[in-house]
Ligand binder design. Structure first.
Ligand code: GAL
Length: 569
């Protein structure tokens, strides 16, 4: 362990560490000198700057779907669903980055901090990069690598910041320490790793029961059935009451549970006037509405208790043991919904801070309701210091390549991501997407807007059954990896550069990941044919996961309708 908190100026009161129950900072010291930082308070906020090495690579910043290596980029920790570019906005931005130079830094802020990952400052001594000769096209752009670069971070509104510098031998080592700061990975039930089938939102209880029967009679492994907005009388905003599509909720729940299913319910926190606790929670809500609903302030003990008590007595005690906590991000990109950044909350948080903390506080509230029930659930926003929450992120975007990058990037920041399968245009897409979900933390079929069973429609039930049976065999491996995640902070999904930080070949690989202890997954994205290039790090020996045949490390092409997976020996 090598960790040290550097305090500059006067940090704000409402920061992620304040809301992290298991926050576990133990100073062990680092070799990184305080003198490398320079700080100032300006009209634009608190600025922290420090030099980065010329060959410094930068990774992390939460769920980044569009970009992988961040050197030279500007990223703003803006909570936004459906990010359109690689500018940092995300369902789950996290102000924590790691480098290939033996250190990472966590900025303890709920502000939309801006990170410039390598800029040159006028007045600093400068080594010019090689190249740049006009007239020679090979050299012309080579000099655009920023040498003698500074990392510049702006924390809006703040008068100071706590920065946690973490040092380690590999990025995995650094990230593991960051994850232990918030108590290590979550404790999860084995059933949480089974397939989660989210049913079409218009189906009623009889139809969902018949789908449950279909799954069992066709020998399709499935542990969880998820209901989407249609279970409630009002969903935008939420009434949290069973609709007449589900006239006998207890009978319905019993039917599914007797057949071995767990039940997960979709909801979001914006509270409809028809909700039973609407009046009670009103004084503990923000000053803006979303879809006509209140925004409960989960940073107040009262708001949290009212919401948790209702959820416990009305849902959990009736047999619900999972939730999908939707819409707790916000979006400037899709309709501009959610509360503004200038909102005020009774706890004293403002809208910007509440956006950064909303998912995490919502999770804590729902975990109060779940009590001793352990779960593997879903959420659409999560922030810093969140490793210990058993909630997996998802998105409405659907580019398969971005989803794969999301898996790879999630491992840098103590968050989990589901590259869900929703629907497909072809049999090929159906199988390719199913292959990917089988080798991720949550095996999520989110057919919420699909009036049918996708693999039946695309005539690939046999292939899908085989993949889901393979997933069943991975459960013990996942349980072991999560035990490790809990005890040491090592995430179950890791970019190659995390374990092989000294291997330059891994610095650009955003489409392969290490899975559990010993697997390397190199999925083929839907619509890209049957071939891809694979890189197996040369520092290890590998065998084909399916055949056990040795495979030479390095770069090579594979051609297969299956998913290339290798095992480290
Ligand atoms: C979206 C969510 C989808 C689905 C839908 C239902 O916000 O990402 O997965 O649940 O809501 O309205």
């Amino acid at each position: 362990m090598s960790m040290k908190r550097f305090t500059f100026g006067t940090p704000e009161e409402f920061v992620p560490s304040k809301f992290c129950d298991g926050f576990n900072y133990v100073e062990t010291g680092v070799s990184y000198p305080e003198s490398r930082f320079s700080c100032k308070r300006t009209k634009q906020g608190f600025i922290v700057e420090f030099p980065i090495e010329d060959d410094c690579q930068i990774f992390g910043f939460g769920l980044q779907l569009k970009t992988f290596a961040h050197r030279s980029r500007k990223l703003r920790m803006d909570v936004n669903a459906d990010p359109a570019t690689g500018n940092g906005e995300s369902h789950a931005p996290v102000p924590f980055f790691v480098t290939n130079k033996g250190y990472g830094m966590y900025f303890d802020t709920a502000r939309y901090a801006e990170f410039y990952c390598g800029k040159q400052r006028n007045g600093d001594s400068l080594t010019l990069a090689e190249g740049g000769a006009a007239g020679d096209i090979n050299s012309l752009y080579a000099a655009r690598t920023e040498t003698s670069a500074i990392m510049s971070v702006r924390i809006p509104c703040a008068d100071g910041i706590d920065i946690y510098v973490i040092e380690g031998g590999s990025i995995t080592d650094i990230v593991s320490q960051y994850n232990m700061l918030s108590g290590g990975g979550p404790v999860v039930p084995e059933w949480g790793f089974g397939m989660l089938y989210r049913a079409y939102y218009k189906w009623d209880s009889e139809k969902v029961k018949s789908v449950a029967d279909y799954l069992r009679s066709s020998d399709i492994p499935c542990d969880i059935i998820g209901l989407e907005p249609g279970w409630q009388t009002h969903a935008y905003s939420c009434s949290f009451k069973w609709s007449d599509r589900y006239p006998d909720p207890d009978g319905f729940i019993a039917y599914l549970r007797e057949r071995g299913f767990h039940i997960n319910l979709w909801q979001h926190a914006f509270t409809h006037p028809e909700a039973e606790f609407h009046k009670e929670i009103a004084p503990y809500s923000g000053d803006w509405l979303v879809w006509g609903g209140l925004v409960p302030d989960f940073a107040t003990p009262e708001g949290r208790k009212i919401f948790a008590d209702y959820t416990r007595s009305y849902l959990v005690e009736r047999g619900i043991d999972g939730f999908k906590l939707d819409e707790c991000d916000s979006s400037d990109n899709t309709g501009g919904w959610s509360f503004p950044l200038i909102s005020e909350f009774p706890s004293g948080l403002d809208g910007e801070q509440y956006h950064s903390l909303f998912g995490t506080l919502y999770i804590k509230t729902v975990m109060d309701a779940l009590g001793d029930n352990i779960t593997l659930s879903q959420v659409r926003n999560i922030g810093a210091l969140a490793a210990s929450y058993p909630f997996v992120l998802y998105s409405d975007l659907y580019d398969h390549r971005d989803f794969i990058r999301g898996v790879v990037n999630s491992g840098f920041s103590g968050i989990m991501w589901a590259p869900e399968f929703r629907s497909a245009h072809s049999k090929e897409e159906c199988v390719r997407r199913m292959q990917t979900i089988v080798f991720s933390v949550q095996c999520l079929v989110n057919a919420w807007n699909y009036d049918g069973i996708p693999w039946v429609v695309h005539e690939c039930e046999a292939e899908v059954r085989e993949l889901l049976k393979l997933r069943e065999t991975l459960k013990p491996r996942l349980m072991k990896a999560f035990k490790e995640y809990h005890e040491t902070g090592r995430p179950p999904v890791r970019a190659l550069v995390m374990d092989y930080t000294d291997d330059k070949e891994t610095y650009g690989i955003d489409n392969e990941w290490l899975f559990c202890d010993d697997l390397l997954v190199a999925p083929i994205a839907a619509g890209t044919g049957d071939t891809r290039e694979v890189y197996l790090p040369v520092a290890s020996d590998w065998v084909d996961f399916f055949t056990g045949e040795p495979v030479k490390s390095g770069r090579f092409k594979v051609e297969t309708r299956g998913i290339p997976v290798y095992r480290r020996v």
